[in-house]
Design a protein around this ligand. Structure first.
Ligand SMILES: [Zn+2]
Length: 282
């Protein structure tokens, strides 16, 4: 495993497959005191014109290594996007608001309204709360670090949400991929803690505003934000977490809602480890 990165490359139709990660080393070696794990999942929603799904997970280990399994998309219901080796889903602490900042350099006219509505729906279904910390000049990047004390203080960097032209970012937009999402997970009691993340939409392929029928910015926002709070894909086109856009109106389905409840407030508080530099080991 080489190099840090919060985003793994997207596998597009015809692209060479990403080689599987190396076999995980033995679980905890007592001689290594620090166990810090960065779990990276890129979840993308693929525009309906592309008849392929796209999801890749990469695992970057820091210090000692914990085996991490990539959860397969569920056939129905919901799946966790981030799990530890015991199957515990990664989730945010629902007892603390989730701070977010917006990269608004290329935001669509209705982008702020759509984002507000998507977060409202996400809060309603999950019990998670979000706090808008305003706009940022930070650009999403596959190498974004989750700890930036000079920019955000001594805490985990807030969730970064933005619209960028595909050619202006290395996160994997374009080629039919309309949005990408990644969260940063660190080990914690009772399962991984999600502590930071990014949601990036393709500003060079403008979609219809809102959440109505057809492929909309709202649909992609709902999907990517749900990834950012811990959901994976489900192979049920009636759910928002289906990996492609659909022609239907965008509303969370029963499976989406069950998943959001499972990673949300109903599951209880889930305090996150204190922010710290994540030492990457290649
Ligand atoms: Zn996805």
């Amino acid at each position: 495993m080489t190099g840090p990165g919060y985003f793994a490359p997207v596998v597009l139709p015809g692209a060479a497959p990403v080689p599987p990660p190396p076999a995980p080393p033995p679980r905890r070696r007592s001689s290594v005191p620090v166990v810090v794990l960065l779990l990276v999942v890129l979840g993308a929603v693929v525009a309906s014109v592309v008849s392929a799904t796209s999801k890749v997970q990469a695992v970057v280990a820091l210090g000692d290594v914990i085996a991490v399994e990539e959860p397969a998309p569920a056939a129905a219901g919901w799946s966790a996007g981030y799990v530890d080796e015991d199957g515990n889903p990664g989730r945010w602490d629902p007892c603390e608001p989730i701070p977010f900042v917006v990269q608004a350099g290329w935001i669509p006219d209705a982008g702020r309204a759509d984002l507000a509505e998507a977060l409202r729906r996400l809060s309603e279904a999950s019990g998670l709360r979000f706090v808008d910390e305003g706009d940022t000049d930070e650009l999403p990047s596959r190498d974004r670090t989750a700890y930036q004390p000079e920019r955000y203080g001594e805490r985990w960097a807030p969730l970064l949400i933005g619209w960028l032209p595909a050619e202006a970012t290395d996160v994997g937009l374009g080629g039919g991929v309309q949005g990408v999402s990644a969260a940063v997970a660190v080990p914690s009691t009772g399962g991984p803690s999600l502590v930071s993340g990014q949601v990036v939409l393709d500003a060079s392929n403008r979609l219809a505003a809102g959440f109505g029928a057809g492929t909309t910015d709202g649909e992609v926002l709902l999907h990517e934000l749900a990834h950012a709070v811990g959901l994976g894909h489900v192979l049920d086109p009636t759910q928002v977490m289906y990996p492609q856009t659909t022609s239907s109106e965008s509303v969370f389905g029963a499976g989406d809602r069950a998943g959001l409840a499972a990673v949300g407030a109903a599951a209880g508080c889930h305090p996150a480890p204190s922010a710290r530099p994540l030492r990457l080991e290649g």
